[in-house]
Structures are given as C-alpha cells and as structure tokens.
Write a protein that binds this ligand. Sequence first.
Ligand SMILES: Cc1ncc(C[n+]2csc(CCOP(=O)(O)OP(=O)(O)O)c2C)c(N)n1
Ligand SMILES: [Mg+2]
Length: 588
Amino acid sequence: MSTTVSDFLLARLSEWGIRRIYGFPGDGINGILGALNRANGEFEFVQVRHEEMAAFMACGHAKFTGEVGVCLATSGPGAIHLLNGLYDAKLDHQPVVAIVGQSARTAIGGSYQQEVDLTTLFKDVASEYVEVVMTPESMRHVIDRAIRIARAQRAPTCVIVPNDLQELPYEKPARAHNTIHSGVGYAIPRPIPEEHDLQRAADALNAGEKVAMLVGAGALNAAAEVLDVADALGAGIAKALLGKAAVPDTLPFVTGSIGLLGTKPSYRMMMDCDTLLMVGSNFPYSEFLPKEGQARGVQIDIDARLISIRYPMEVNLVGDSASTLRLLRPLLKRKQDRSWRRKIEKEVADWWTTLEDRAMEDAHPINPQRVFWELSPRIPDGAILTCDSGSSANWYARDLKIREGMMASLSGGLATMGPGVPYAIAAKFAHPNRPVIALVGDGAFQMNGMNEVLTIGKYWKRWSDPRLVIMVLNNRDLNQVTWEQRVMDGDPKYVASQDIPDYPYARYANDAGLRGIRVDRPEDVGPAWDEALASDRPTVLDIYTDPDVPPLPPHVSFKQARHFAESLLKGDPNTAGVMRASVKELFA
Ligand SMILES: Cc1ncc(C[n+]2csc(CCOP(=O)(O)OP(=O)(O)O)c2C)c(N)n1
Ligand SMILES: [Mg+2]
C-alpha cells in the first residue's frame, strides 16, 4: 500500500519526536486512526473518555515535559469538545497541537452532517495557527508549522484534516511555483536583554533596602538563579500559583503563594517593600502588588506582551529568566543589612505555625486544611502534584510544602474545573516512574474526574510505579464559589446551585479496579495518605471534609467581612457551622 497522507502525517510527527497522542475516535479521523494502527506501536494512542480530557492531557504533557502535547479528535462534536482544554493551554502558554477531522472536501459547504466551520471555531483559541490541509502536498508544511509555531509561541495550534484527504496517497510538493518546502526542527532561543538595561535593573535593585521577589511559571527552570539573586538582594520570594514548584517552600525566606489564595507573609512583603523584582509571572491581581509609586519595579519576562501590565515597571527586561538572572547577578551588590530578610523569615516562620494551628482546628468531620498539612511531609521525593480549581487550590497554594525536584501544576490562567485528574494521567504517562498526586474537589471529580478514573483503570499497569493518588475533597458543595458568594457578594449560599450529590467515591474506585479509601475521622487522614502512597495500584482517597471552613484571602477587607456578616444574617443555611468554623480565622 502506498503511503497515505495520514501515514505521512504520523511519520512527520515521529520526526518531530512525538510519540504519544491523546484522543478519541470518530469517522472524521478514521484515515488517521488507520494509519496509527499501521504504525506498529510507534505511537502510544491514549484513549480518553471525553475529548476535553485529551486536550487537558496534551496540556499536562507539555507542562510536565516541556515538549509539545498532541491531541486528536474527530470532526464536529469531537473538535468542539477539545475547546476548553485548548483554552487552558492557551492561557497557561503551553505548546499543544490539536489535530481534528473535517467533512470531506467534496462535502464542505454543503450543510453536511457534522460539518462545523472549524477554522472559525478554533480561530480564537488557536489564534497563532489554524489551517485546513487542502491537498496531500500541503500536509508537510501545515504540520511542520503547527508544531513549530506551538513551540515558538508556547500556544495551542490546530490542524484540520478533511477525511477524504486522510486516505489519499501522499505526494511531495513539486519543485515549482506555489509550493511550500518546509523542514523539521526547532531550537529554543534564550533571549537576553541589552547590557545597559541589565545595569539599569541592577541600579534599581541595588538602591532598594526592602526587595520583594515574585516568581511565576517562567521561573520554573531558574531555581538556582532565583535563589542566588534573592540571596544577594536579601529578598523574600513570593510565588504565583503556576510558579509553586519554582522554589521550595522549605526555605525560610520563601513566603509562599500570593493573591486570593495567598499567604500573609507574601501580602505583608508586597505591602512593605520598596523594590519589586518580578520574574516570569503574569500574576493578575494588582491589589496584591505594591501600591503604584511605593516600589521601584524590575520585571523579567520572555514575552514582551506581558511586561509592565500589572505594575508600572521602571525596568522591563525581555529575556529568558535563568539567563537574564545569571547576567544580572554579577551586577548586584550583596546587601549588608539583612534586617529586611530577617523580618520576612520571622513572618514566614510564624505563618507556618498559624497554618498548622488552622489545620489542626476541629471541624466537622475533617478540616480540609489538615488533609494538605498531613500530606506535606509525606509527599514522596520527585512527586508530581496536580490540583483542580476549587477550595483545594487554596490549600494547595498555602499549605503544601513543595520540595526540590517536584513538579506541580493546575489551571492557572483559565482556572477551569476539570484538569486535576487528566493532568495527573498525563504526568503518569510522561513519567511512569514518579508518584503522582491529584488534589481535586468533589464537584470537579463529578464533572469529569470520575470518568477518567476508568481511563486510569485501562492503562495503569503500563506504569512502572503504579502510584497515582487522587484525593477527592468530599465536601458535598461547590465550596469555593459558595464562599465567593458569601464573602465577595454578601449573599447567602444558594443551595440550588451549590449543593452537589453525596457519592461514595472510594467504592466507585474499588469497582473500577483501583483502590478506594474512605476517610471520615481526622486522626485517619495521615495514615490514609501513608496507605495510598504505599499502594500497589492507583488510589482514590475520598476524604469527608467540612464545607464550613473558609478559604479566605490572607487579608480580609472590612468590606468583605461586612458582606460575610450580611450573608449570615440573610439566612445562610449553613449559618451555625460557618460561624463555628470561621470566627476564629476571620476575626481573630
Ligand atoms: C468549568 C468551570 N465551571 C465553573 C467554574 C467556577 N468554579 C470555580 S471553583 C468551583 C467549585 C468547585 O467545586 P468542587 O470541585 O467541589 O471544589 P470545592 O470548592 O468544593 O472544594 C466552581 C463552580 C470553573 N472555574 N470552571
Ligand atoms: Mg466540593
């Protein structure tokens, strides 16, 4: 049989180093699936339960490997299902290539079954590159460009392949006018700023007496350089959510997360600093940064579009974080006065004590903070952690002590529910020898995580280390939003939108061939983590937690406190429990 366009597509993916494809079938991609079948196991096709999960997995793959993630879906409904996962990749700047089927070229424009205007559909999410492959000859440059642009722009791109084209014989472009002759390969550039701009940055940083650093996803591969510069500057380091694993939480001057899910020492440091050094972060909430005019600002980011948009920076350095910091370091004078650093370290130490006290506070039945607190010392070396959107993101951000050599991620920019479990699956495929822990809410688990447990059941025996623990924060509530209704809007909990069905997740896991552990007593939380992390198979930890413990911001404004009090007066159904659980934290 001659090489079809689909065979060629796969050969090209292989030349680009792609070995795994997350997807779900349909007749819009049967030509490609046939070629996958013929490829004799050269590709690992991972079959998901829903195409959105394939996109999340492709994004997770990119996050945990730095490589391009690839997802494959059929035309019409399959393609539409990918969207949210692709937006997750777009907003977190991850290279993902979506390959989708389309109606046959002979039918396009004919209101045919499953015909959707896919170019228009993907135009926004794949704004860097979305193309329909029109002829066998153009497959080569379209796939080459989709991959290269995804890498170069750190963005999702989309290749649309009409189903009739998939089975045609492949033809090389002729050496003629109107043909495109592309090649494989991409070398990551490491841009650096001009010397005089580095000097201006150093001057500002050298003049400061109270330097605060904020690091994000762009600092994930720059830990040594960040720590070196922080040492010279006597600075504390706060971390945006996606930068959780950039520097370890075990260091005494790391103030932890910032923002609504942040810590008090991060907040205090930003309010008191006279100089701000931001590295690789697009952290959105300006109210958690210094007041305009309070601090001199220096920012390092690889993307000039993201420079100086959260705080008016004095020096804007466009460059690779590690390389730029390495060049900056010799220009910095080590601060002799370490009193600012000492003050930060004292606040960090006090804060960890506060967090422990909060975690050990009684709740009904289990304080969610304790779940995360007990996990910290038990996280195995080299573990990969994922988290979902919901109240668990607060405790993940604040309570979890990340150590060196770990990776951790969640949906930062889109903050979508649902990626916790699919990211964890992608982490296991990418690093089958590393333990993976997913921290998800019961709402997110019901939304899609439960379905993907079946995917885990299908594949886990391929992983050399079978440990994948999914911790379900079982609070029978869409708790994060319930608290937002109370605190931000002063509304009581709207039961109709917030209560979710109670369900025995541990039993479900057992039925699916995994291990299920149900925990409903605080003293069992630690041993349950031990058991799950020593298990010979993937485990669902179903932990029955108290929805009345408030995931409050580190500083609660007077307005928010008043809203909160008003919501209780308006007859919130959880009034008694909420009062009991939160007075200590809120008004102490
Ligand atoms: C797809 C999507 N839908 C809705 C939201 C809004 N939202 C954010 S957190 C949350 C509640 C999540 O509930 P759950 O997973 O049970 O976690 P909990 O907050 O209860 O711990 C909701 C509805 C979202 N971020 N993403
Ligand atoms: Mg919940």
